[in-house]
Design a binder for this molecule. Structure first.
Ligand code: PEP
Ligand code: MG
Length: 324
């Protein structure tokens, strides 16, 4: 890390005209926690709970999960930790729970698996709620939501777990609950989603893949995978506006948040929090500390008129080169 990035470690992420934008981190391994705390992360926007599941030979028990989640929550307390319920399927298969499909990214993944196996979902949520006792910094987030009934069903299960645990004598608070917006249908239903939960969080990696019909892991079509595609940017604006119209917070936890070009636009769109890999945090902070929110909004207006991702990328490069 260069000296000038290092000196920013204890500084807030604040624009030249005084707008604060909290920078959070994405975690999975315990090693990410150490790195994140070193970088001065203000919270965790995405804890990928499938990571500890991938490191085992069988499903971890509720008690094993409670300990794993407790470690995450304790390490960051009182800062918020957003735990995503199990997001397997797609490119993430558990060796002890094989899923064979022709189109895994359009198949049984994320919330679809755990609503079909409520015992997996309930054990996970119970473990999270127990881990949160006495701390209170847990947030729970639902992956791959594509319709409203999925949210209602998941909320029912979470409330049920909470009631059970309280009856068992645990002093468990209800955490904030959020939905990931990473399927195009969720963009169009963002207001209805925001009505039901406490926050939205855009998963721009999957949202880009699904909006553009480009496999995020296929090298042959990698040059078509553009998170700055005008359609993706329109979707991002729409989600932020929908969340705010319902008075709810909106964040983003895809790779776009960790790219200074994306971060400047997300700032201008009014995103309340950007969550990224710890290694991206210093460069995003540095970039945002060198811009004015008012200027970023002008830039966004200009970029939203543009019709091609490559031209948008060039414009953003030019903007950043003249600010920093
Ligand atoms: C995303 O889809 O943008 C996201 C953050 O989740 P993941 O990369 O784990 O699918
Ligand atoms: Mg995703």
């Amino acid at each position: 890390l260069s000296k000038d990035l290092e000196s920013l470690r204890g500084e807030p992420c604040i624009t030249l005209d005084g707008h604060r934008l909290p920078l959070w981190v994405n975690t999975g391994l315990m090693a990410d926690v150490t790195r994140s705390l070193e970088q001065g992360a203000e919270g965790v926007g995405l804890y990928r709970t499938e990571v500890p599941f991938l490191l085992r030979e069988r499903f971890p028990s509720e008690e094993e999960q409670r300990q794993i989640y407790r470690n995450q929550l304790e390490a960051f307390a009182p800062r918020p930790v957003t735990m995503r319920t199990l997001d397997i399927g797609g490119d993430k298969a558990l060796p002890y729970f094989p899923i064979e499909e022709d189109n895994p990214f359009l198949g049984w993944r994320g919330i679809r698996v755990t609503l079909d196996h409520p015992e997996i979902f309930l054990a996970q949520v119970r473990a999270m709620l127990k881990a949160n006792a006495g701390l209170g910094n847990l947030r729970i987030m639902l992956p791959m939501i594509c319709n409203i009934p999925e949210v209602d069903e998941a909320l029912d299960l979470i409330h049920r777990s909470h009631r059970e645990i309280v009856q068992e004598g645990v002093d468990a608070e209800m955490p904030l609950i959020g939905v990931m917006v990473e399927v195009p249908s969720a963009v169009y239903q963002a207001r209805a989603l925001a009505k039901r939960v406490d926050f939205l969080s855009v998963g721009s990696n999957d949202l880009t893949q699904y909006l553009l019909a480009v496999d995020r892991n296929n090298a042959r079509v990698a040059d078509l995978y553009h998170a700055l595609h005008p359609a993706v940017l329109q979707a991002l604006v729409q989600v932020a506006d929908a969340a705010h119209a319902e008075g709810k917070n909106v964040g983003i936890c895809g790779e776009l948040a960790g790219d200074p070009e994306g971060a400047v636009l997300l700032l201008a769109m009014g995103y309340d929090v950007l969550s990224m890999n710890a290694t991206s945090l210093p460069k995003v902070k540095k970039a945002l500390r060198n811009v004015n929110l008012a200027e970023a909004k002008d830039l966004l207006r200009e970029v939203l008129q543009m019709e091609d991702a490559a031209a948008i990328h060039n414009r953003l490069q030019l903007f950043l080169a003249s600010h920093g």
